[in-house]
Design a protein around this ligand. Sequence first.
Ligand SMILES: [Zn+2]
Length: 322
Amino acid sequence: MPEAPFEHLQFTRREALRTFTLTLGAAALPGALGITSVRAATPSPTAAASATPAPVVSTSLGDKLNLISGVGGNIALLAGADGALVVDSGIVEAVAKTQSELAKAGPLALLVNTHWHYDHVGGNEAIARTGARIIAHENCRQRMATEQFVEAYNRKIPPSPAGALPLVTINTPTTLHLNDEEIRLLPVLPAHTDGDVIVHFQKADLIHTGDLFFNGGYPYIDYSSRGVLGGLVTAIRDLVAMTGAKTRIIPGHGPLATPADLKSYLAFLETMLDRFSKLKAEGKSVDEVVAAAPSKDFDERLGQRFLKPDQFVRITYTGMLK
Ligand SMILES: [Zn+2]
């Protein structure tokens, strides 16, 4: 959900305007986590999101696997005689498009959620109604089942309907055996949120990272859900260790990635963890750190999509002070 105000999501106009209004509203509140500067930095991308929705694209990855993008977070789909398995369900506004892509794989058996954010679970209820069973981290279900407040966006998220909630919850590594694949579900310690699951299609050597990985831009770390940069660094180190030369990686957002992309992302995260840790030890405030532009040398490469540089710095450093 918190990716909402930015241009990488394919919003309906209604959603984009609602988000923009909320952001503007927050700007008027003194001390509202510097949403003022978030708003100031991004009026046009938010408007642009409603004007130019990205197309839905389904890309064959071989081995009966497809990557579906353009409906929120990236979706992985595994077809086969045992029933299809899908990873994440997109935004609720795009559920008809999502379902028409999923239908090409036949009846759905299982839906795995990588975490609770609305752009990854928005299609849950509709997909579950077709008979798919939902599996997720136990903290994912817990957050979906209760009202959440995301401080970085000053936004309350109501509980999900009962039909959208996971049927099976996990908190230890779990393997699914389906359609001649072995699918490892790997819960990680708090990183993007406290309910992240990595999905590894072992025979196809394909990994869906959820929002642990934003390919090509600054990551959002949801500290209101106990996400934190240090945990993200640990998770990405573990992910790098899981990859071989030919591993393909589906990020939560952005294009299909290679192990080299993931290693580059790790180097960036480690650098920022080091810089933020020093600033924290010096007792710097959030505003001082934003003013110091500690991500400056990455801004050209990573500040063009998803979060803007000052948003990334403000949200990530605030989380480190929690
Ligand atoms: Zn997310």
